[in-house]
Design a protein around this ligand. Structure first.
Ligand SMILES: NC(=O)c1ccc[n+]([C@@H]2O[C@H](COP(=O)([O-])OP(=O)(O)OC[C@H]3O[C@@H](n4cnc5c(N)ncnc54)[C@H](O)[C@@H]3O)[C@@H](O)[C@H]2O)c1
Length: 260
């Protein structure tokens, strides 16, 4: 098992990439704190982990709240004795995707930056503090996006993810002397297996979802849609000791999209 008895916090673990990763981490022996702003969704992830024989606890956490993030790290330490892995995954799309820059309100800008960027900052801050207290390294994984690597036209969202990428590299360099590794996965569009498209207000009828996913997938050189499980596989690798000498990496999970 790649993550045997490792204590791992995953934010946004109630859906999509977070849930797929929580299930995958638990299968590798991790003890998972499944956090989400939607406690019921986190509880459902815990139920699925326990049904598969794994160990997990739910925790309500809005990543934009410093108090919630601090309490989440404390909960991991209280329940599992320490923190080994912090996966800052929670993120939201810009409302009404494709809005032009002049259409975004200050309130929308502040909400998306407070979840996508401040949330990752807080996750890194409290994880690093705990790792330094423990004194034997630690692992952080952040969820970025191809939208932070190239200009996709989803400008405000892309800017928050570009910030996540720079935080990833910056904290990786700053914390390397402490044996703390920090990496990011950068998924391409995942129109199904996540609730992200719906969270952005794009309505795709359930019976049209697969066709929509195929269309999005066709923009990737590999020609297939990206699934939450593809991200979970990349995540398990990066947080495991197999990646012991890898830090500061932004790993696209995108079927080759940004390689062009
Ligand atoms: N789905 C995509 O197309 C796509 C593409 C690239 C990157 N991403 C990124 O992947 C990550 C995971 O998203 P997903 O695709 O699994 O979407 P999702 O909507 O299925 O899951 C996101 C989860 O985060 C939770 N969440 C929302 N706001 C939160 C907050 N303030 N605090 C804590 N939890 C919160 C939601 O309740 C949900 O469970 C995000 O960072 C997203 O930006 C998604």
């Amino acid at each position: 098992m790649l993550l045997e008895r490792k204590s791992a916090v995953i934010t946004g673990a109630g859906s999509g990439v977070g849930r797929a990763s929580a299930l995958r981490f638990a299968k590798e022996g991790a003890l998972v704190v499944c956090t989400d702003i939607r406690l019921q969704w986190a509880k459902e992830t815990v139920r699925q982990i326990e049904a598969a024989g794994g160990v997990a606890i739910p925790q309500e956490c809005d990543v934009a709240s410093e108090q919630d993030v601090a309490a989440t790290v404390a909960a991991a330490v209280e329940r599992f004795g320490r923190l080994d892995i912090m996966f800052n995954n929670a993120g939201i799309p810009a409302p009404r995707r494709g809005k032009t820059i002049e259409d975004h309100t200050i309130e929308e800008f502040e909400r998306i930056t407070s979840v996508n960027l401040r949330g990752v900052f807080l996750g890194c801050k409290y994880a690093v503090a705990q790792f330094k207290k423990q004194g034997d390294g630690g692992v952080i994984l952040n969820t970025g996006s191809v939208a932070g690597l190239v200009g996709l036209g989803d400008t405000i969202y892309g800017a928050t993810k570009g910030g996540v990428h720079q935080l990833t590299r910056g904290v990786a360099i700053e914390c390397a002397p402490f044996g703390i590794r920090v990496n990011a996965i950068c998924p391409s569009g995942m129109p199904y297996t996540t609730n992200f498209t719906a969270a952005g207000g794009t309505e795709v009828p359930p019976d049209a979802l697969e066709q929509y996913a195929e269309r999005v997938g066709s923009i990737h050189p590999l020609g297939k849609p990206i699934r939450a499980e593809d991200c979970a596989e990349a995540a398990v690798y990066l947080v495991s000791d197999r990646a012991a000498n890898i830090t500061g990496v932004l790993l696209p999970v995108d079927g080759g999209y940004v390689a062009r």
